[in-house]
Design a protein around this ligand. Sequence first.
Ligand code: FNR
Length: 182
Amino acid sequence: MTHIIGLSGSLRRHSYNGSLLRAAVEAMPEGATLEIGSIAEFPLYNGDVEAEGIPTAVAALKDKVAAADGLLLVTPEYNNGIPGVFKNAIDWLSRPSSDIRRIFGGKPVALIGASPGNFGTILSQAAWLPVLRTLGADHWAGGRLLVPHAGQAFDNEGNLTDEVVRERLGAYLAGFVTHISG
Ligand code: FNR
């Protein structure tokens, strides 16, 4: 059974990216599971805080990512880049640096994202690439999923209502799982 951890980079209650992650859970192929991890309790990174010990929420998610077969990052886009909240979370997961190999080394990582704008997080997805390379992760580039005009893809309860996006999401996840297990 292939097991993936998925993280949304938005803390917003009605986040499109959180909604996309929940839709991904439903769209997973047979023989694979997607568990939603949370970055909501992560503090802002501060070396002084780290010196006192890795925060409990960070340590718990590190272990989950380390144990998972793959990682799915569902990223919003802020000012054509990575939102600070999400970068902060991945920075925490990379500490201490002696642990980077255990958490990210060779880890298959897939990137998707949703935005109300026209370009569906294309630039924030691109901005993640040097980060993933630095961490030694195995970024999966065999598929691409951008969800533009997100306000039209989800209803007010955050359910994915766009059947074309649902189909693309399913195909994307199937490709990622095949990459991991194949
Ligand atoms: C945005 N937004 C945005 N969208 C986009 O497609 N490209 C961008 O560069 C930006 N820039 C940006 C900056 C800041 C500071 C904010 C708060 C927002 C809009 C963004 O995509 C929108 O708020 C999404 O709803 C955020 O994702 P969640 O919270 O819905 O997952």
